[in-house]
Ligand binder design. Structure first.
Ligand SMILES: Nc1ncnc2c1ncn2[C@@H]1O[C@H](COP(=O)(O)OP(=O)(O)OP(=O)(O)O)[C@@H](O)[C@H]1O
Length: 828
């Protein structure tokens, strides 16, 4: 930089560095000369970037507005420009940028150019911000001019007397080219004539001087020449000394600058290393922040998603809760209504409970009475004169037409028949009395017979196994007693008819299921008389359980009413094997066995029984000699006798209480095993003929019957008074009916109450569980919200940290940039 405003003197060193020979730098503004020559020499004076200027007075100055330029821009300042001379305002404007001036229509000849400058932009420096060259007529006239470094800011500077020649085209061009930054100029003045010559060097001969511009010899006198040479020498020696001192100073400055630059470089390296570290930290932090941000975004999105789900779930639950509450209140209302609609509910419940108590009591009594009834009934049966379980009724048929016509003697006497005594006249006058449970004369009809037989038969309904069979000589009326005729129906039909009647009477307490099968034992073979076709294989007797037998494959017809019974019995009867012998024209040649199975269920006690009633029409027991048969009939008779003999053996074994009862000796006894003896009730009809011709067979049958009657299977029981039972029996159906009604009512009421209670309870439970769920969900939502708040807080902390880091980085970068600028500047 120059020496400030006060230093406006010449600086040949500076001139020689910057200007072409003959021109010089002046560190002040334009000063108008008082000489007319000088005024007249100014051909053109333009105010670059400014207006026309005119100053009147003793030295009139005319400055034209800016023209002749090409390109560039205008700069202006209001700042005062120091050392502006007579025209300080000329330095307050300037043209700058990429521009040139071309002055035309100048008369050919020599001219000199003055250039006016002031740094009005970079007022705070530093040096070197604007450095430029000036070319006049394409010759470099000014080299690397830096106005600021010479005079500083807002100070005027001139480069004066730059010689130039205009050719025939009359053009003078002034061209500005920036080295650093853009060039500026405040004014250009073209003056006529070449600048005054300066004596800068001597000629070869030492006697003349040469013009620096044109090297034309200048003629001087010897003394002048000597004085000039001495003056030049002294001047140059002084300048050389000054330059050396300046050089030394510059070297020192350079060294210091170098040292400071080295230190600055070292500092810069350190700063760069730090910067690298900071950059790395920044980069790492940036990455961490990105990750955190990503994480946070994910968490936020998950939170948002979860929150939406929870909100939806809560809404749904609230909706359900409302519905449940409404349902609950509706149910409560209904329950209250129900309770209100039965004002005497408690009394009713008490009454019902007492009725239940009564019902239980009556039920117990009923069961007891039933047991008593059965016992009494059995006692009643036994009180009818016999001590064993096998009862024997003797029935004597009337004389048939043939016998009646031959006037035979009757050998039977019925004087004490009512007491069960039967007199048989042996050998004319000798009378033998047979004792039976009942004796029927030929006058007694089917009703009389069944009346006595029915109690035994109907025992099957009480769960006893019963066997009723007719035994006797051929033609004595076994089939008539058991089967009867359509007009005079026998024990079989009457028994089944009575069973249905009693079953009907008892249907409120006991349900019965009755089925019938009809079998025949012929020649020691079992035949099914209800089978529509002969069986594929022979029927066999199988033991189902201890003492209980069954014939697999036999037709077992279920009968619902008595009408079906007659048809079944007739079907069986028609299928029976019959033949004729000389005793009976239509004699049964087989044992006909009707098996009635009764399944009973006591509706009160729940007791179930399964019992059997065998109704057996045995084949005739005539002796073989009498029947005088042969062939097939003989075989039939032998089979019949064998089975009857086996029956006799079983009876004898039962009578003697033998440990082995030979049931399996014949099909007949095998089939009857579970109903003959033991717990069963057995009734035997012994059929006899009144004719003296049949006396032998009659006595034989009566002897067999007497033996049977002697079989004692159980102790005799005393008869009880049945009056009380009858009374209770009459009361029972009514009580049962009442109890059932009450029971139904109570059950319904209890069911209703239970259903309502259950419904209310389940609703309450559901409501409670839903409330628990809601509380649970609310807690979860609260936890989530807390977690989110915590995360948001953490995120903001991370953001703050990042911001601080960024700020630190930024300030550090600024620092580094200023270091770099300083270093660059120092280097330049
Ligand atoms: N109590 C009676 N009253 C009237 N008629 C009777 C009576 N008993 C039997 N009869 C008649 O005697 C005849 C023979 O009777 P029934 O066929 O019943 O004898 P049975 O013992 O079955 O003979 P068989 O053993 O040969 O089959 C029949 O015509 C029958 O009607």
């Amino acid at each position: 930089m120059g020496d400030g405003g006060s230093d406006t003197g010449e600086d040949p060193m500076l001139d020689s560095l910057i200007c072409v020979a003959g021109s010089s730098i002046k560190k002040s503004g334009f000063i108008a000369s008082h000489s007319t020559d000088e005024r007249e020499r100014r051909v053109i004076f333009v105010n670059a970037g400014g207006e026309e200027l005119r100053r009147q007075g003793h030295s009139e100055i005319e400055v034209e507005a800016d023209r002749f330029f090409q390109g560039g821009d205008v700069l202006r300042t209001d700042e005062e420009v120091a050392d502006g001379g007579d025209l300080p305002s000329i330095y307050q404007s300037a043209r700058y940028g990429n521009f040139c001036y071309e002055f035309r229509d100048l008369p050919p000849g020599d001219y000199s150019v003055d250039l006016h400058f002031a740094e009005i932009v970079y007022t705070n420096g530093p040096r070197g911000m604007r450095v430029f060259n000036v070319f006049i007529q394409d010759e470099k006239a000014v080299s690397e001019l830096d106005v600021y470094s010479i005079v500083g800011a807002n100070r005027a500077l001139q480069v004066m007397n730059i010689p130039v020649s205009a050719g025939k085209d009359g053009v003078v061009s002034v061209n500005f080219q920036g080295v650093v930054g853009s060039p500026t100029v405040s004014g250009i003045c073209i003056k006529q004539g070449a600048p005054e010559l300066q004596l800068v060097s001597s000629g070869r001969d030492g006697k003349s001087l040469l013009c620096d511009n044109c090297f034309a010899p200048v003629k001087l006198t010897a003394a002048e020449n000597k004085a000039a040479r001495m003056s030049f020498t002294a001047k140059y020696e002084r300048e050389i000394r000054e330059l050396k001192a300046q050089c030394q100073m510059k070297q020192d400055e350079c060294y210091e600058a170098w040292m400071s630059l080295t230190a600055a470089n070292q500092e810069l390296e350190k700063v760069r290393a730090e910067l690298d570290v900071k950059f790395f930290q920044n980069f790492t932090l940036g990455q961490a922040m990105e990750k955190e941000t990503e994480k946070m975004a994910k968490i936020s999105s998950k939170y948002e998603h979860d929150r939406r789900l929870w909100v939806a779930a809560i809404d749904e639950l609230e909706r359900k809760m409302k519905a449940i509450k409404s349902e609950h209140s509706q149910l409560s209302f209904e329950a209250h209504q129900c309770a209100n609609s039965i004002p005497g509910l408690n009394q009713m419940v008490t009454a019902v409970q007492s009725l239940v108590g009564q019902y239980d009591d009556l039920k117990m009594k009923f069961n007891e009475e039933q047991e008593r009834r059965k016992k009494l009934y059995n006692q009643l049966l036994e009180s009818k004169g016999c001590t064993g379980n096998i009862r024997v009724f003797c029935r004597c048929r009337p004389l048939n037409m043939e016998e009646a016509s031959s006037r035979p003697q009757t050998v039977v006497e019925f004087t004490d028949a009512k007491d069960g005594d039967l007199g048989v006249l042996m050998n004319g006058s000798n009378k033998k009395i047979y004792k039976f449970d009942r004796v029927y004369t030929p006058k007694d009809d089917q009703c009389d017979v069944f009346e006595d037989a029915s109690p035994v038969a109907t025992s099957v309904l009480d769960g006893y196994n019963v066997c009723i069979f007719a035994y006797g000589q051929t033609g004595t009326g076994k089939t008539f007693t058991m089967e009867g005729t359509e007009q005079n129906r026998g024990v079989n039909y009457r028994t089944l008819e009575l069973l249905f009647k009693i079953a009907e009477d008892r249907k409120k307490t006991i349900s019965y299921d009755i089925s019938v099968s009809v079998l025949e034992v012929y020649n020691e073979q079992v035949r099914d008389l209800l089978a529509s076709s002969p069986p594929a294989k022979r029927l066999e007797i199988k033991q189902v359980s201890e003492g209980v037998n069954h014939v697999p494959g036999v037709v077992d017809m279920k009968v619902e009413n008595v009408d079906e019974v007659w048809n079944i019995l007739q079907t069986g009867s028609n299928a029976r094997a019959v033949g004729s012998n000389n005793v009976n024209g239509h004699s049964s040649r087989s044992h006909c066995m009707i098996c009635t199975v009764v399944r009973a269920k006591n509706l009160v006690t729940g007791e179930c029984t399964r019992s059997k009633l065998w109704l057996v029409d045995l084949a005739g027991s005539e002796r073989l000699a009498k029947t005088d048969v042969q062939g097939e009939r003989l075989k039939e008779a032998q089979s019949i006798n064998k089975s009857l003999s086996a029956l006799g053996d079983v009876i004898s074994a039962l009578a003697t209480k033998s440990s082995h009862i030979p049931y399996r000796n014949s099909k007949l006894t095998h089939l009857l095993q579970d109903s003959l003896g033991g717990d069963s009730k057995t009734l035997m009809f012994v059929q006899i003929s009144p004719s003296e011709h049949d006396l032998g067979e009659t006595v034989s049958s009566l002897n067999f019957a007497t033996r049977v009657r002697g079989v004692e299977l159980g102790p005799a029981k005393k008869q009880s008074d049945t009056t009380e039972i009858q009374k209770l029996k009459l009361m029972l159906p009514f009580c049962l009916c009442q109890l059932k009604c009450k029971d139904d009512t109570i059950r319904k009421l209890e069911e209703n109450v239970q259903a309502l209670e259950g419904k209310t309870k389940s609703k309450e439970q559901f409501s409670k569980s839903q409330q628990d769920k809601i509380i649970d969900l609310e807690n979860q939502v609260e936890l989530k919200a807390e977690l989110c708040g915590h995360l948001e807080k953490r995120l903001s902390q991370v953001y703050e940290k990042m911001q601080r880091k960024e700020e630190a980085c930024y300030s550090f970068q600024q620092k580094v940039i200023s270091f770099i600028i300083l270093a660059t500047f120092q280097r330049s």
